[in-house]
Structures are given as structure tokens and as C-alpha cells.
Ligand binder design. Structure first.
Ligand SMILES: Cc1cc2nc3c(=O)[nH]c(=O)nc-3n(C[C@H](O)[C@H](O)[C@H](O)COP(=O)(O)OP(=O)(O)OC[C@H]3O[C@@H](n4cnc5c(N)ncnc54)[C@H](O)[C@@H]3O)c2cc1C
Ligand code: SF4
Length: 498
């Protein structure tokens, strides 16, 4: 057997690599032209694959590494040289990918065995047995189930510290004189530099800057990034998890998603190292639990919800949203301080932290009325950690509320949320306290307009009662002004004058 290793399966301890020492890797290039992918995303994947190839060779594996236009072209070349070879691969999480690869291999006279993907903490069988026939799911229930089953952050039958969730300690904003610890920088070596040059030449339409590439491209670097996070940022990760600060793109976030999604780190080891920090007394429980929930709860949950909800999930649009993305998502040019910061972070780094993704980038698109599929494409092309299996449930499900399969209410808010969790509004030309009028914060009128427009679906949903009690207090004159301002803002979004 030969192990076919995909670009997001770069783990030397992956199960198939323990049984066979012949490896196939195909670096396919044409997919990078389907969307204007961020150059750091493309360079990261190509560089990490090339490093992994070299690492496997040093470990004694015989690696066939093919650079080709498509996987089909790569397999043609592979099977010309090695007819009839049987391949084994870890089942990729993106919908239908495994079967597509199997078809490509079989039509060239080989066979492809798909085995369990051990780059996740939980298996499809475990989730399916927990979920049964359910068609909608709640993360908190799944999270508690996994902790009970695995013993992660548990003291016997009870959650460590007695509570499942320490969110009430994790919504602080830093004091004015606070500066975040510096984010680790893994500067491009020759292999990465070559990948960046290749990407610059091959993909001139790519969206984003390749200038500040600092991502880990090997397992050693990813381990250093994990250790650096635990030593320097984990303690403040919890309290400042939801905060946003002018000029700061990373704050105390781990920046590990790209490494975990590539397979350079396993979720198991990440959680273990973080839990150890709590057990050693070097990190507080609210930060450790907050982080563990992201990985054990959200990441696993998203993977399984996606698996069970595709293909319908990708096309879901229960609110019937049809607007195109405002120009500012492409140019970053907007007076809206929060939006220009978040888009700028994506353009410069291929990254924005969770609250920027959820409460600025997708929240604004949601209340503005953006088509969820268009938003999903933007997230997919713009982020270094984006893969269809993880971007789609986060953007279409969580961010756009295009389906209620994974949450009972939309993550929609007015400018108040941004004002509470950031220092942006004080330096923004828009007034967060105003809903209508020429300098009123664009979030505000759009938010009320969104609630009004979607009243039929949302009024009875989840925990929306309080919001609709405010809706009910507005009179016809107020609604007319809100509607006019929302229309004006949408036009400004289209014109690029927001
Ligand atoms: C609209 C939207 C789009 C997103 N798109 C992606 C994406 O393309 N790829 C991606 O990996 N994550 C995505 N996320 C989830 C989350 O925002 C990122 O994983 C996180 O911001 C990555 O930064 P970090 O490593 O510094 O994370 P931290 O804040 O340090 O969190 C720790 C880890 O938890 C995991 N995690 C946390 N939340 C999620 C989640 N909702 N889904 C999956 N994993 C999670 C990640 O592995 C992350 O590295 C998205 C979230 C939203 C709201
Ligand atoms: S005032 Fe509105 S647009 Fe400006 S930063 Fe605050 S929330 Fe964003």
C-alpha cells in the first residue's frame, strides 16, 4: 500500500503512516485559481507540504511528490509510473472529497481505501450515537458529553472547579495601559520564500498581502507556537477572549487554527498541554476552560454538524438574504472603524480573531442582508485556516443564521456590542449612540431593520423575546426613519462609500 497524504493531513503520527512507508503527495495548483485565495493561505499549504515531504524522507519514507495542475493530472503521472497501486488515505472532512478521490483513483486502475481521520478528537460514530436521529444540535450539550466521555478537564464525574462554563469571567476589556504580549513570528525560510514567490507569480488575482507571513510551516514550529501561547498568552486568553483593540490583530488568541487544520498539531495534544497548565497551577481555570471549549466543543461540533447537514447546509438561506458583499470587504476602505480594522487584519494576515469574525464581519453581513453563500466564499478565500468543512458551518450556520441546525437564534447585534467589547467607537466618525441621521452607526438601523424584516421567523425563536419587546416599543415614525437609514446604508455599501 502507498499512503496518499493530503495537504491538510501533515501529521507524522497519522495512523496510515505507521503501517506503510511509501507515500504519495500531490501539490495541485489549478484549484488556487477558482477563487482569489489569500496568498498566505496558498503559500502556507504549499510550504507546509514541501517541508512535510522533506521531513518524511529524513524519517526514511519513500515519498513521490508530484506538482501538477489537478489531482487528476497528478494521478495520471503517478499511475503511469506505478500502474495498479493500492492507495490508503485518511477520509477528508470536506463533503464528498473522499468519494471523489476514490473515483479518480479507480478510473486509473488503482484502489483507494479510506480510513478514519484521526486528526479529530471524536469520531463520526461517537457523534452519531450521541445525536441519534436529531436534525438540530446544541454545542453546549455535545461539549459536556465529550468532557464526560474523555475525562478532559474533569475531576471524577464533575467538571474541574465545579462549573462547565466560566464565560462570566471571560468578557472583560483590557485596561487602557494594557498591551498584548507579542505574537510569535515564524519568518519565512527558503522553502517558504520560494512558495511565496511561486504564489505571487502564479496567482496575480489573489486577494490579500503576502508581506507579513509569520505562520508555522512545520510541526516543530507549530509546537513552539503552542508552547509560546501557553507560556505568554493563555492566562489572559480567557478574560480578553471577546475583546477588540485598535491596531491589535492577535490579542491573546492562540493563532493555532491554521496549524491544527493542516495537521501540524493534533487537537488532543493542544488540549492536553493547555489542561496541564491548569493542573500545574500556571494558568487559571477560566482561560483553560474557555480554550478547551473552543477545541473540544466548537471545533468537533462544527465538523460533525457539517458532515450530517451537507449538502443542504452549503446552500441554506432561511432568511432569503440576497445582497452582495459591501465593497468595503474587498477594499477595507470604510469610515466604519470596526469593519476597516477587521478587514485589514484579514487582508494583512489572512486572519481575524473569533469575535471579529462573528460580531463584526459576519454580524454586519447578516444585518446588511448578504447572501450567505457569497459570505462563505469570502471567508473561504480570505483566511489561512479556511477549509470547506469548517468555514461553511461557521459562516452559513453560526454567522448568517441561514439554518437553525446549530443555533436557535442569530448572532445579530447593534453597534452596542462593538462599543462594549472594543475601543473602536470612540475614534469612529460614526456615532454609536445614534440609529438614524447622517452620522449614525450603520450597525444600528440595519439591526432594527433586520429584526423587523425577519419578524415572522425570529419573533418566536430561541431567546429573542427581549429584543422583540424593544421592537414593539417603536412607533411608525421611528420605523420609517430606520427603514430609510437602512436603505441608505445598503446603497453606501454598494457604492463603496460606507
Ligand atoms: C464567521 C466565522 C468563520 C470562521 N471560519 C473559520 C475557518 O475558516 N477555519 C477555522 O479553523 N475556524 C473558523 N472559525 C472559528 C474561529 O473563529 C477560529 O477557529 C479562530 O478564530 C482561530 O483563531 P485562533 O487559533 O487564534 O483561535 P482561539 O481563539 O485561540 O481558539 C482556539 C482554537 O479553537 C478552535 N475553534 C474555536 N472556535 C471554533 C469554531 N467555531 N469552529 C472551529 N474551530 C474553532 C480553533 O481550532 C482554534 O485554533 C470561524 C468563526 C466564525 C464566526
Ligand atoms: S460606531 Fe459603529 S461603525 Fe463605528 S466602530 Fe462603533 S460599531 Fe463600528
Amino acid at each position: 500500500m502507498t499512503v496518499w497524504v493530503l495537504g491538510d493531513q501533515l501529521s507524522p503520527d497519522a495512523t496510515p503512516l505507521q503501517h506503510d512507508d511509501h507515500v504519495l503527495m500531490i501539490e495541485a495548483h489549478a484549484f488556487g485559481e477558482r477563487l482569489p485565495y489569500h496568498p498566505q493561505k496558498l503559500a502556507l499549504v504549499f510550504s507546509a507540504m514541501r517541508h512535510f515531504r522533506d521531513d518524511l524522507r529524513e524519517r526514511g519514507y519513500e515519498v513521490t511528490y508530484i506538482e501538477a495542475e489537478t489531482f487528476a493530472d497528478g494521478l495520471d503521472r503517478f499511475y503511469d509510473a506505478a500502474p495498479g497501486t493500492d492507495l490508503v488515505m485518511m477520509d477528508p472532512p470536506s463533503h464528498g472529497a473522499g468519494e471523489r478521490f476514490r473515483h479518480l483513483v479507480e478510473s486509473r486502475g488503482g484502489s483507494l481505501t479510506l480510513v478514519e481521520n484521526d486528526r479529530f478528537l471524536t469520531t463520526p460514530a461517537e457523534f452519531d450515537s450521541w445525536a441519534g436521529d436529531a436534525e438540530s444540535y446544541r454545542q453546549e450539550h455535545w461539549y459536556r458529553h465529550v468532557r464526560r466521555e474523555t475525562g478532559i478537564l474533569m475531576d471524577g464525574d464533575d467538571p474541574a472547579g465545579g462549573e462547565w462554563n466560566y464565560d462570566d469571567q471571560n468578557r472583560e476589556t483590557p485596561p487602557d495601559d494594557w498591551t498584548p504580549p507579542e505574537a510569535p513570528r515564524f519568518l519565512p525560510d527558503d522553502v517558504t520564500q520560494e512558495a511565496i514567490e511561486f504564489v505571487r507569480e502564479r496567482y496575480p488575482a489573489a486577494w490579500g498581502s503576502a508581506d507579513e507571513f509569520v505562520w508555522p510551516v512545520t510541526r516543530d514550529e507549530a509546537r513552539q507556537a503552542l508552547d509560546h501561547f501557553v507560556e505568554t498568552r493563555l492566562t489572559e486568553f480567557g478574560p480578553y477572549q471577546d475583546a477588540m483593540l485598535d491596531g491589535e490583530w492577535a490579542l491573546c488568541h492562540s493563532l493555532l487554527s491554521a496549524s491544527i487544520n493542516l495537521g501540524l498539531l493534533t487537537p488532543h495534544e493542544v488540549v492536553e498541554v493547555v489542561e496541564d497548565a491548569y493542573r500545574d497551577g500556571t494558568a487559571p481555570l477560566n482561560s483553560v476552560e474557555g480554550f478547551v471549549r473552543q477545541v473540544v466543543g466548537w471545533r468537533e461540533f462544527m465538523r460533525h454538524v457539517y458532515r450530517r447537514s451537507m449538502p443542504e447546509l452549503a446552500d441554506a438561506n432561511q432568511l432569503g438574504q440576497t445582497e452582495s458583499l459591501p465593497e468595503a470587504y474587498w477594499t477595507g476602505e470604510t469610515d466604519m472603524k470596526c469593519l476597516s480594522e477587521a478587514v485589514g487584519h484579514v487582508y494583512d494576515h489572512g486572519y481575524a480573531h473569533h469575535i471579529e469574525r462573528l460580531m463584526v464581519l459576519s454580524n454586519f453581513a447578516l444585518v446588511y442582508g448578504v447572501d450567505p453563500q457569497e459570505l462563505n466564499r469570502w471567508f473561504h478565500l480570505g483566511f489561512v485556516d479556511a477549509y470547506h468543512w469548517v468555514t461553511t458551518p461557521n459562516v452559513v450556520g453560526m454567522g448568517s443564521f441561514a439554518t437553525d441546525v446549530l443555533s436557535s437564534k442569530p448572532y445579530a447585534s447593534s453597534g452596542n456590542y462593538v462599543n462594549k467589547m472594543s475601543d473602536y467607537c470612540s475614534s469612529c466618525p460614526y456615532a454609536v449612540s445614534k440609529t438614524t441621521g447622517s452620522n449614525a452607526c450603520p450597525f444600528n438601523a440595519l439591526y432594527w431593520d433586520f429584526l423587523k424584516e425577519n419578524e415572522e421567523l425570529l419573533r418566536g425563536t430561541g431567546r429573542m423575546g427581549l429584543m422583540y419587546s424593544h421592537v414593539d416599543r417603536k412607533d411608525d415614525d421611528e420605523w420609517a426613519e430606520i427603514s430609510a437609514r437602512a436603505t441608505e446604508i445598503r446603497q453606501m455599501g454598494r457604492d463603496g462609500t460606507l
